[in-house]
Design a protein around this ligand. Structure first.
Ligand code: UP5
Ligand code: MG
Length: 400
């Protein structure tokens, strides 16, 4: 291979002749057939230094036994297109961004929940309603196992999954990445059944992206079991046997709370009561997806989230011409500045719903009329324009 003779048959003949001349095969040494003739090296490509050439193509071994250096064939560029099943590029994928940073990234919804909570059912509905691509991680793994059954690594993963345990994290992430890289132009992608624990969630964020929304389907144990038993009769999935189902439930229980907390802290997760009818669950999910992923461009009348710009502009919005009817936005009453009409609005709300109207300002003024220590502190704070701490307000409330 190293010598690459032009005419191999002639070369073999000359070698045999050489063996005869030397006096038999026991006289043959490792370099008997290597040409001693010195050749000029071909020029290196693009002025590449000799050192970097060696670093790139040859092991770092000073005793490397090559005598002759032919120009190496060009190295094929990494190309997803040319490697359709991505089997050759799995390791290289770690080095690349999953989504092209110069293009809008697909919206990502992760759907998590116990086995049988309806992840598959609801994910498909989401994908259908919003025209998103559906990716089931369990299904990705099952397909890969089916297609590469003779491979040792995947036979092992098959055993792991059939007993209800989790597949190795990096393998799972690589499978997800490969799948996502095949669908870069989607507007959105719903990922069913991932992540399973906090470590996977972190790894997903590190290597892929922060999801736009995490849907958590909360379902009672009893329902989960009932549904899986029913599905096992209909579909016969390899991990729908009793032992694996129990293991899947235990795994889920161990990991669910920290996982949900993790996404809660990031403000990414919404929990849905998945014990209900499929359609009811889906109605709630779609309302959330509408709000979170497709918020209306024009503000609509009715309850809204706090618009911080209103606080910043509070001096300009002293406007008592509000329509004092039902569409009053209660939340914003609290946030708007002095003289915005909080008092009259609260009075109306209290009247309409039979509530008590408590004005913190009135409470404090009443407290000031007493001669208590607290009143002295409140006066000092109010005179210096500071806010009175909540604990003091609470005490005033209790007293009056
Ligand atoms: N059903 C659904 N919703 C219903 C409702 N509201 N009312 C009444 N019936 C309802 O639903 C289950 C059944 O219930 C169906 O028959 C459905 O019609 C009915 P389904 O939507 O299939 O539930 P799903 O949550 O998808 O249940 P599944 O069994 O698929 O969840 P698992 O989490 O167990 O399975 P998954 O395929 O995600 O993973 C399988 C295995 O792969 C894992 O155990 C693990 O070993 C491995 N894995 C990893 O290792 N890593 C990963 O990241 C992902 C998977
Ligand atoms: Mg499923």
């Amino acid at each position: 291979v190293c010598y690459k003779p032009e005419d191999p048959v002639e070369y073999l003949e000359s070698c045999l002749q050489k063996v005869k001349e030397l006096g038999g095969s026991e006289k043959v040494k490792w370099d008997t057939f290597v040409s001693q003739e010195k050749r000029t090296l071909p020029p290196l490509n693009g002025g590449q230094s000799r050192r970097s050439f060696f670093r790139n193509v040859m092991p770092d071994n000073p005793n490397f036994p090559y005598r002759r250096y032919d120009r190496l064939p060009p190295i094929h560029q990494f190309s997803i297109e040319s490697d359709t099943d991505l089997s050759e590029t799995a390791e290289l994928i770690e080095e690349y961004d999953v989504f092209d940073p110069t293009r809008p990234r697909p919206k990502i919804i992760l759907v998590i929940g116990g086995p049988g909570s309806g992840k598959g059912t609801q994910s498909l509905k989401i994908a259908d309603r919003y025209g998103f691509e559906y990716v089931s991680v369990g299904e990705l793994l099952r397909k890969k196992i089916h297609n590469t059954s003779s491979n040792r690594k995947w036979s092992l993963i098959a055993k792991i999954i059939t007993t209800g345990e989790l597949a190795p994290q990096e393998t799972t992430i690589t499978e997800i990445k490969q799948r996502l890289m095949q669908i870069p132009d989607e507007e959105g992608i719903v990922i069913d059944g991932f992540p399973r624990d906090v470590a996977q969630a972190i790894s997903f964020e590190d290597q892929i992206c922060t999801p736009d929304l995490v849907v958590f389907l909360a379902c009672s144990n009893q329902r989960l079991k009932e549904r899986l038993v029913k599905r096992a009769e209909q579909q016969g999935r390899p991990d729908d046997n009793l032992k694996a189902t129990q293991r899947r439930l235990i795994n889920f229980k161990q990991n669910a709370i920290p996982l949900v907390k993790y996404f809660q802290e990031k403000g990414l997760i919404m929990t849905f009561d998945a014990d209900r009818d499929e359609e009811e669950v889906f109605n709630d999910i779609s309302m959330t997806v509408d709000n979170k992923l497709f918020p209306p461009k024009e503000p609509i009348a009715g309850p809204s989230e706090l618009d911080l710009s209103l606080i910043m502009d509070s001096v300009d919005i002293v406007d008592t011409d509000y329509d004092f009817e039902d569409q009053v936005i209660i939340a914003s009453i609290q946030y708007r500045g002095p003289a915005c009409g909080k008092g009259p609005q609260c009075e109306k709300v209290a009247q309409k719903y039979g509530l008590t109207h408590l004005s913190t300002g009135d409470l404090l003024r009443r407290e000031l009329s007493s001669l208590s220590e607290r009143s002295k502190l409140i006066r000092d704070l109010m005179e210096s324009g500071e806010l009175v701490p909540g604990v003091i307000l609470e005490l005033c409330l209790k007293t009056h």
